[in-house]
Design a protein. Sequence first.
Length: 427
Amino acid sequence: MIDLQWIRANTELAKSRHSKRPNTSSEEIEHLIALDASRRSAQGKLDEAKTEANAAAQEVGKLFKTGQKDSAELLREKTKELKATTASLEQAMREANDALNAHWIQLPNLAFDEVPEGKNEEDNQEIRRSDRPCKEASATHWEIAERLNLLRMDLGVKLSGSGFPVYVGGMAKLQRGLVSYFLDEANKAGYAEFQVPHLVNEDSARATGQLPDKEAQMYEATLDGLFLIPTAEVPLTNLYRDALIHENDLPIKLTGYTPCFRREAGSYGKEVRGLNRLHQFDKVEVVQIVPPRDSKAAHQDMVHHVEALLDALEMPFRILNLCAGDLGFAAGITYDFEIWSPGQSRWLEVSSVSNFGTFQTNRLRLRYRDQDNNKIKPHTLNGSALAIPRIVSGLLEQGWDGEVVHLPKVLHAYVGMDRLTKQDVRL
RNA sequence: GGAGAGGUGGCAGAGUGGUAAUGCAGCGGAUUGCUAAUCCGUCAUCGUCUAAUAGCGAUGCCCGAGUUCGAGUCUCGGUCUCUCCGCCA
């Protein structure tokens, strides 16, 4: 959640940054400040009442000890009355606190200054693109996959439903190879590798901002109060929930491969053809936790990491600075990576690299001590490096020669072959 | 899933119902040829006051209810960890 102390001190700035997003108003910030003020005044009143009650209770103890039974009994009756007062003030305090939290937690992060104005994806700002040529009109990846018998959506439907693909032979190996390749590259770039749970509890989902915003996006195991992760960001970042670390531990750089589960309710048509949008897909994620002064550099660092991966895979790509309207709930700034799909003649998102500022830190209750022993809120960042099926669809369309799919050199050793050919698996 | 034991600050670790010891680490200071040692202070959160400190108040002993004038301590429910049993890749 956004930083309340900062907003108190920089109210006007907060309003303008908040209002950059569509469907927001500066009244929401004013309301937040008002709720905070009434919470604090409620606490003041409660504190006063409790001071009195505490003193009285102590006095009773003393009177009993010194044998003054009568006056003790008298005072005891009085403190009972005090109790009623504090009880009602306590109730008021709780209500003020709940009202504050209810409003606070549903406010999105403040957009960074560098975020362009805008309502939707049309207003995103292109940062740069690779100089690799974008091939024209080839076959789509689902046509290629069908020709080579690499993908069986129908079997996935039988097992689970639409959006749960079954990959066959070389395509399965390709995905496994990509996971290894991406993890190796992340390791080389200094990210420590983790294997984490694929189901998380409510606290974890709230801390990274999936709740309450994206409740409908996640699969939920209601019987156990667990959510299937929509991204490895959730378990990886939550490793540092409720933690007090030291500046010397920073920067923290984590990576992990997990499947990602997304309900994607309401998607349809060409959006969901082939591998475009899935309920389950594999992804390698990178996460950084850094001192506030370093977060912009860390963001660039992650962008360069993703860029290098796409270059090694010989992919034509472009980088977009998402406008305020397209920015996710928890993000302060996001760069999207899109690769060119010659089969579909459009750009497809393969990575999102975001800086969250202190938004997640506040929910995580994560702090670090600096050299002077001050407690500081670090910034968190994460990015896909990379989402596997979208890369696979790109590789299929880019490498297709009408007969086989040629794989980029860097993958030959990882996949154990230099091309994908027709699979003769029978089902 | 069953039985038992336990959960106290960054860490370790005390605490007959009367309002959270002590040690270590950290931070500030004092002393000191250097290093080390020693001494004093500080060292959870929120609020209040302030330019900022100091000060003052409240909260805080896994979470939530309850008993009581007063709960780390007593009662109930939950949760997590450990040990044993059962089941199991």
